[in-house]
Design a protein. Structure first.
Length: 672
């Protein structure tokens, strides 16, 4: 069988299971007695092992097999969850993630795991891998079976017609691949001679292969037990069959509450001992009962859908312009209706591309755990607003900037436990990672309660590196001084380390975020901590712009950058030092003539009134002088292609309704 067709699904599900293991292990480290967490980790590892074996990735399957042994010993109470074991388990996860990444990159997923395998070896005491995430008592006798009212009715009617009820335990081979297929084959054989009335675990769990090697079937038939056993044994990969004829049903006890919505598997009583765990939590039960209502869609398909819709937006603009020119009522009404419908379609398509920032945030608890050990610091991480959604293209790019900011906060910001106690602070430093929506933007904040930014040290380094002059240093306010840490090559680190302080500063973060149409700013109070705030657009493909004219050329300025538009008298422009400025609502705002920047001949030098657009970059405002405003419009942002890279102050282009190409101005490049 060619397994390559399942590779994408394997990769996606492997990532999910590894993330589950990471999250649950971090929680288990805080509460080593929580058996439910061990069960969850075991289930994820077990599923990953089966998938890996099916796909032929032997190293991956072998390592998860060893991981299962340790987890099985934990849940059986034969070994305690210790700090040393947690380090080994996390090390094993690092290897698993590296192997999955190798597969993503087109490799074979092979890796030298001899060292970590030796650490995971529990000396043969627990070498037999746990056969199942389901409790061992699931193999029990007829007394373990509990039937709901509907199931009892079916069974009673069948027995009245002379059918026998068999309660069958079927064991698949330990190395069985495609377990769900084997279960399906067993059901197909059984349905030829009778009827399956109930399964443990439920059919949904069997389909997802979220069980070990054993499952049970309540089967109604007029055949003998020997015939049934022979039929089941005819299915490949079946190792053992145990058949018990069901005893007469006892009168049903009246439940205290209606049970109709409770999954069959959740109604089965489970003995509580050190090997046992309560039935699945409420959310899992709902998922099992209702089934999944989501599908996996390749991001390339969504990109293709977005590209087609972008063409539709361009044609929509063209139709709106034609309807306006012809002044035809019916055409105008039709175009207006099309505009409303396409607007709703646009919202749906954009929402399809939205991904919770949780997918990025999930990597940080594990990273901080490692940094605590390397730096001998105690850190408490709080994550707020992980459900906030961003466009997939933005999500893919913000991981590295956030890693850089968090590493800087922990390395430079958070003090050692001893220093914090001397300052009257708690021993553990606090890092807060927060995301929230505001208008058409998403804000992500990284805040710590550490030492804050050292104003004096930043100034000294800035002067030493020639970032500012001594004259400028005298006039800078605190917030402007703090912004210097984003200057190219700026770093206050006295020593270069693997954590941060490599001399590249935070300009890499700033450049990456600005390339996404975002910005980053910082606030700090010395001795109290720092707050880095990132502002990002919700999406990068369809944006709202203000169309403006420069002579006969049409340009577009993103609405997200604009504070206000106005018409001023030329005499209101003031000269200060080497630049022109205006007094805008009590603030001195520098003026930029867009015609000069884009080398467009100015034929309106004598105009007494000027149209200005006040834009901002972080806390810095600038006034752009233009010829006129055309109006606001939603446009499709297109790149300039490989032949026109790094064009100054232009972030892309769009096609307007009349077919004209308008360049989209990159405000950040022009703000002084």
């Amino acid at each position: 069988m060619d397994m390559n067709q399942y590779l994408d699904v394997f990769i996606d599900e492997s990532k999910e299971h590894l993330q589950t293991c990471n999250e649950k292990l971090l929680l288990l480290e805080k509460d080593p007695t929580d058996l439910q967490l061990i069960h969850d980790i075991f289930r994820a590892a077990h599923t990953l092992k089966g998938m890996s074996a099916t796909m032929g990735y032997t190293d991956l399957a072998h390592l998860t097999h060893l991981l299962e042994n340790v987890l099985d010993a934990f849940r059986n109470g034969d070994m305690a969850v210790t700090s040393d074991w947690m380090d080994i388990l996390f090390e094993a996860l690092d290897h698993l993630e590296a192997m999955v990444q190798s597969i993503i990159d087109g490799g074979d997923g092979k890796r030298d795991i001899s060292e970590v395998s030796a650490k995971l070896d529990v000396n043969g005491v627990h070498a037999e891998t746990a056969a199942s995430a389901e409790p061992a008592e699931a193999k029990g006798s007829a007394s373990d079976w509990v039937y709901d009212e509907f199931e009892r009715t079916v069974i009673e009617e069948a027995e009245e017609q002379g059918f026998k009820r068999y309660e069958i335990t079927i064991s698949l081979k330990e190395d069985c691949m495609l377990k769900a297929v084997r279960v399906y084959m067993v059901f197909e054989k059984l349905n030829e001679i009778g009827e399956v009335a109930k399964t443990i675990p439920s059919a949904e769990v069997l389909e997802t292969e979220d069980f070990g090697t054993d499952f049970q079937v309540c089967f109604l038939t007029n055949q003998t037990a020997e015939d049934v056993e022979q039929i089941i044994n005819g299915v490949s990969e079946v190792e053992h069959v145990e058949i018990i004829q069901g005893s007469p049903l006892q009168p049903a006890e009246k439940p205290e509450e209606p049970q109709a919505d409770i999954p069959a598997a959740a109604q089965t009583p489970v003995k509580q001992d050190k090997q046992k765990q309560p039935a699945k939590n409420e959310e899992q039960s709902k998922h099992t009962a209702g089934g999944s209502k989501t599908i996996r869609v390749n991001i390339d398909r969504l990109d293709s859908l977005m590209n087609l819709f972008e063409e539709l937006v361009i044609d929509r603009g063209r139709l709106e312009q034609i309807a306006k020119e012809l002044e035809h009522n019916e055409l105008t009404e039709t175009v207006e209706r099309m505009t409303r419908i396409s607007g709703d379609l646009q919202s749906i398509i954009l929402n399809m591309r939205m991904v919770p920032v949780e997918t990025v945030f999930n990597r940080f608890p594990r990273m901080i755990r490692q940094l605590q050990k390397e730096l001998n610091k105690k850190i408490e991480l709080s994550i707020i607003g992980a459900e906030t959604e961003l466009d997939r293209t933005v999500i893919d790019e913000i991981g590295d900037p956030l890693v850089h900011l968090i590493r800087n906060s922990i390395d430079h910001g958070i003090e050692s436990p001893e220093t914090r106690l001397q300052k009257g602070k708690t021993e553990s430093g606090k890092v807060v990672l927060k995301a929230y929506h505001s208008g058409n933007h998403v804000f992500i904040e990284v805040e710590d309660d550490g030492a804050g930014l050292n104003r004096k040290k930043i100034l000294e380094k800035a002067l030493e590196r020639g970032v500012i002059t001594e004259r400028e240093a005298e006039t800078l306010e605190d917030n402007e001084i703090y912004e210097l840490i984003f200057a190219p090559g700026f770093s206050t680190a006295d020593q270069i380390s693997d954590i941060s302080g490599r001399g590249v500063g935070l300009d890499v973060v700033k450049n990456k975020l600005e390339s996404l149409g975002g910005s980053v700013s910082v606030k700090s109070a010395e001795g109290q901590g720092s707050l880095f705030s990132i502002q990002l657009p919700l999406t990068l493909s369809i944006i709202s712009v203000l169309l403006i004219k420069l002579e006969e050329e049409t340009f577009a300025i993103p609405i997200s950058s604009i504070i206000e538009t106005a018409v001023i008298d030329r005499k209101d422009i003031l000269q200060t030092h080497d630049r022109e400025v205006i007094d805008f609502r009590g603030h001195i705002v520098p003026v930029v003539y867009l015609k000069e920047e884009f080398k467009i001949e100015d034929t309106r030098q004598d105009a007494e009134q000027l149209h200005i657009i006040v834009v901002k970059k972080g806390d810095k405002p600038t006034a752009f002088v233009v010829d006129s405003f055309i109006g606001q419009q939603e446009v499709v942002l297109k790149s300039l292609g490989d032949y026109l890279t790094n064009v100054f102050a232009i972030s892309g282009a769009t096609i307007l309704g009349d077919g004209e190409v308008a360049l989209i101005i990159d405000c950040n490049a022009l703000i002084i």
